[in-house]
Ligand binder design. Sequence first.
Ligand code: PBG
Length: 324
Amino acid sequence: MAEARFARFRRLRRTPGIRALVREVRLTPDRLVQPLFLRPGRRVREPIPSLPGQEWVSPDELVKDAERLAGLGVGGVLLFGLPEGKDAEGSSAWREDGVVQTGIRALRGAGTPLVVLADVCLCGYTDHGHCGVLKNGRVDNDETLPLLARMAVSLAEAGADVVAPSAMMDGQVAALRQALDEAGGGDTAIMGYAAKYASAFYGPFREAADSAPQEGDRRTYQMDPGQGRQALAEIAADLAEGADIVMVKPALAYLDVIRAARERFDAPLAAYSVSGEYAMTMAAAERGWLDARAAATETLTAIVRAGADLVITYFAREAAGWMR
Ligand code: PBG
């Protein structure tokens, strides 16, 4: 009898069936959230150049997208808007007839089963492109808070299930929770963009949302990529302020942060695989340098393996199709 001197890992890799049977991490469409960009008007459907495969849509077209996503079993949509007008405060962010508010009402009217999440930030609505209001040339934290709260209440009143503050102002979750509760929005959940880094990977999004800062960058409010432990402090703070879901963003370059957050906190953890992660995969695939489906599946698996419960990804629609 030959003695086993080493482990035979290959036994469980022999067939697709065996590999599937023992796989730890399974991707399902219901944990994926598709970001969508809304534009005013009717029958608008226009490709976004920086995000091949993604489109700007008007609120009426959004209903069609949502139907398709729901049919594929996707869990939710995260909505961003390009308003008709911008000003220093970003006041079209809380208009009752704002583009995102209108889109949410259309989805509610159509009875969508999707979870409707809405981003709460001013950068797409301010003429200077910063995530908060400027005072003496600086983004003022505390003057921004009531504006974010106003935007969140308006989105909740339109029917958002989840509001997601992404401005990285300190105290934004507390400000939203208090305003929502006072406005009767006690059932509206908050997903805090708790650990959001100042990242080069937001480039394609800023073209899609027309939200690039006119001057300077976001390093005075978004996290420094060299910080690891601080992400845990940010997450703890968001939870203490009343966040229901916390997020790490971007995903791929911050898998260690996702893992650390998973180990430390029991709250639902989201990871946002951002526009640059999508765009670089698509760009390489267009050149025939890698296979988009295989690369995206591998990446999403890694994000879930790191510890994310839900993943916001521009691949949600396509990936859900692959999982059928
Ligand atoms: C708004 C916001 C940004 C993203 C989500 N919400 C851009 C930014 O902070 O500049 C980025 C999403 C992506 O790149 O896919 N502040």
